[in-house]
Design a protein around this ligand. Sequence first.
Ligand SMILES: Nc1nc2c(ncn2[C@@H]2O[C@H](COP(=O)(O)OP(=O)(O)OP(=O)(O)O)[C@@H](O)[C@H]2O)c(=O)[nH]1
Ligand SMILES: [Mg+2]
Length: 119
Amino acid sequence: MDESVSTIPTMGFNVESIQYKNLSFQAWDLGDSSDRDRIGVSQKEFELMLQEAELKNAVLLVLANKQDVKGAMTQAEVSEHLGLPSIKNRQWAIYRCVATEGTGIEEGFDWVANAIKNA
Ligand SMILES: Nc1nc2c(ncn2[C@@H]2O[C@H](COP(=O)(O)OP(=O)(O)OP(=O)(O)O)[C@@H](O)[C@H]2O)c(=O)[nH]1
Ligand SMILES: [Mg+2]
């Protein structure tokens, strides 16, 4: 997987552009599943992100990473904290993953590829 890094200065968190197969994704690092202290901040950043006009028609994939870390929030917990169940105006999905083992990520990206195809 090739990736290049870029940052949007007006937003206080990291954005990366990721190329996967023939697709280009924008990825926001809002923290991870093991970081319970930060999830409140993540939720606020997430809310602002969803308000971006540019992302109005974007499909949304949340990767709940570091699922191997003891005491990490489950996928359901991450989903609740971010308020995913109340999102009705766009396609979204959440996948559990362990980036260091490479599990879950491709499944998530494949979901995006399909979601875009069917949009
Ligand atoms: N156990 C575990 N470690 C991971 C996973 N994904 C990334 N890491 C490790 O987490 C560390 C921090 O990586 P990043 O997330 O890029 O860095 P960061 O966002 O500045 O720091 P964090 O607060 O840890 O997220 C690195 O050592 C990674 O190897 C994972 O799924 N499981
Ligand atoms: Mg991190």
